[in-house]
Write a protein that binds this ligand. Structure first.
Ligand code: CA
Ligand code: CA
Length: 368
């Protein structure tokens, strides 16, 4: 047999010994040694601290520590706008009132005005009151005979002629323009006969003049939203001459009592569909128009606390008198007009001679 190299023999012997040696038992998991854990975190923390310290040294002692911006909690919002002032009857303009943006327009005297459909004006919701007319009469030193019964400040001003009423409107126009409540293009005036018809709720009338329209709407009265028929029923329809004057007046409306023997505070009775009070009753209301074109007499509408005659209380009835005539049941209701385009009374007011008498004989004023 040949010689076997030592190295090969030795490797063989090692291999043989390994193959003949039983494998060591497989250790159970519980007998395995725990893996050695390398403590990495302390080294990372230490490294960061060292870097931070080095950076601090480089920045120098005066550098402030970096500040982290706080996380936004909400989106930035715009600064709140200044709220618009609340619109009130005292601050609303004529145009805003006409558009219905406020309940009513209020002037410097505290008179309230509302728009009336089919007209371009604002109507006073009340007849001009004693307190309104007194401000004018005192400032202008105008003669104003007192009725022979007592009146509160909120009663309708009576013993007022058409000329008085027109002068009041001119005075009020200037007052309101000075205050800034109305513009130079707006003014106070008496309503036209046609405007008053819309205000009381009449349908379109036939006829060209107040005279031609007089009494044409049969059985239509101002009360009950303009649908009223004779006689008034509840005692809340308006201040007329009812049973409250029994024993004091020569005639009365049968079956009607309204509790007021003379004038009543404005607004005491039912409001009409346009938001207006006392269009029927309390005081007759002067209108701008001539009753007959070319004649000086002026139109009155609505009846008064003196009246009994059903024909006089029709919504379409037109009374008329000379423009200088005063009586204890004659008053007026101003309107605010938005421009000067409509025919006005001012120029014509200077062109006639006042007739200080009534065309209608009336019973003597009641003194209760
Ligand atoms: Ca009465
Ligand atoms: Ca009236």
């Amino acid at each position: 047999m040949g010689k076997v190299p030592f190295a090969a023999t030795s490797e063989y012997a090692l291999l043989r010994a390994h193959m003949e040696t039983p494998p060591p038992p497989v250790p159970s998991p519980s007998s395995l040694p725990s893996p050695r854990r390398v403590p990495v975190l302390p080294w990372v923390v230490a490294g960061i601290a060292a870097i931070a310290a080095a950076a601090a040294i480089l920045r120098g002692p005066s550098s402030p520590p970096p500040m982290l911006a706080p996380a936004p909690t909400a989106l930035p919002t715009a600064a709140p706008a200044t709220p618009a002032p609340a619109l009130t009857p005292q601050t609303a303009s004529f145009a805003q009132a006409q558009r219905g943006e406020v309940v009513h327009f209020e002037n410097t005297l505290g008179m309230r005005f509302v728009p009336v459909p089919r007209t371009a004006v604002l109507f006073s919701v009340w007849e001009a009151r004693v307190q309104d007319y007194r401000a004018f009469a005192q400032e202008t030193r105008r003669e104003w005979p007192k009725p022979d019964f007592s009146q509160g400040d909120d009663h309708p001003a009576v013993n007022v002629s058409w000329e008085d009423a027109a002068a009041f409107c001119e005075w009020l126009t200037k007052r309101e323009q000075r205050s800034g409540r109305i513009t130079a293009q707006q003014r106070c005036r008496l309503p036209t006969d046609e405007e008053w018809s819309w205000a009381v709720g009449l349908p379109p009338e036939s006829g060209r003049t107040p005279q031609e329209k007089n009494r044409k709407m049969k059985d239509v009265y101002p009360w009950d939203k303009g649908r009223g028929t004779w006689p008034p029923k509840r005692g809340t329809e308006g201040n007329y001459c009812g049973q409250e004057t029994k024993g004091k007046a020569g005639s009365m409306i049968a079956g009607y009592t309204d509790r007021r023997e003379n004038t009543a505070p404005v607004g005491s009775y039912e409001v009409n569909a346009n938001g207006l009070y006392d269009l029927g009753g309390n005081a007759w209301e002067w209108c701008e128009d001539e009753y007959e074109p070319g004649k000086p007499t002026r139109v009155l509408r609505g009846g008064s606390w003196v009246d009994v005659n059903p024909a006089f209380l029709l919504s379409s009835f037109r009374f008329f008198d000379g423009p200088g005539y005063r009586y204890v049941d004659r008053g007026f209701r101003p309107v605010l007009a938005g421009d000067l385009s409509r025919r006005g009374w001012s120029a014509r007011a200077l062109s006639f001679s006042p007739l200080p008498f009534s065309f209608f004989p009336r019973e003597a004023p009641k003194t209760f």
